[in-house]
Design a protein around this ligand. Sequence first.
Ligand code: ES4
Ligand code: ZN
Length: 319
Amino acid sequence: MPLPKAELHLHIEGTLEPELAFALAARGGISLPYADADELRRAYSFTDLQSFLDLYYALMAVLRTEDDFADLADAYLERAAEQGVRHAEIFFDPQAHTARGVDIGTVIEGLSRALDAGRERHGISTQLIMCFLRDESAQSALDTFEAAKPYLSRISAVGLDSAEVGNPPSKFREVYERAAAEGLRRVAHAGEEGPPAYIWEALDVLGVERVDHGLRSLEDPELVARLVRDRIPLTLCPLSNVRLRCIDRIEDHPLRAMLDAGLLATVNSDDPAYFGGYAGDNYDAVRAALGLDDETLRGLARNSFEAAFLDGDEALRAR
Ligand code: ES4
Ligand code: ZN
């Protein structure tokens, strides 16, 4: 039995396995510039975040209908259940779809249908986190937030993702203020490729209560002190960090040093179809590479429930 855990850093579009991409393409009459799923999988080789994002956005062409989004989410939940995931807080990128002419309602209704069924079918509770693409304009984020207004009851938080360097959190101050005013929780990717200053901005300008990645936190001792003091969780994604060359080898991952520093670190999968593993695979990878013992692994799972946006009763039920 895999350790029960919460998945807190998971892009639903990043769960698109090559086989499903081809199946959805066939159903939608879309042609992909790859001979077959094997050839596509061989293209999953990246030099940095941008090289991944280019393929990630291109493949989204196969996601057009409510059924496509529902099938994507259902396939994810099936894999997640096998890996001990009991609760998942799932990112989606509405602008990557609306830019292609797909209505935001199609995205949210399709995902929600599968996620609602997932509680029954797979025993997994879920929430949706709507992310803004930080390499798009602040106005585009505001427009997206307004378009999502009819669906806010289905969304628990807002997030910020895509190309980090050159797109600091402060660019999105206004849309985060609006989200907070609507009672949404706030997270943001920060310190994946970008500097610790971006993590400070996510905290102080956007008011995030959880930092996605935060990989570079240890570079700034004052930042570490702040994160420890306020028990701000970090949603780390070890296999992602290696595949996107944020670190050279998994043995170099700062997870153990972060735990030793008192940080509330969690282990997650990011874009598992692209980076070679789902949540449990990421736990296995750091256990093997960093020599973590069972108590440390259990501590990471405990951290995942503490860092989740669950109230006390929900957290007990999820575990
Ligand atoms: C992402 Cl790994 C990563 N970083 C930033 N934005 C993303 N969107 C999907 N995966
Ligand atoms: Zn991410």
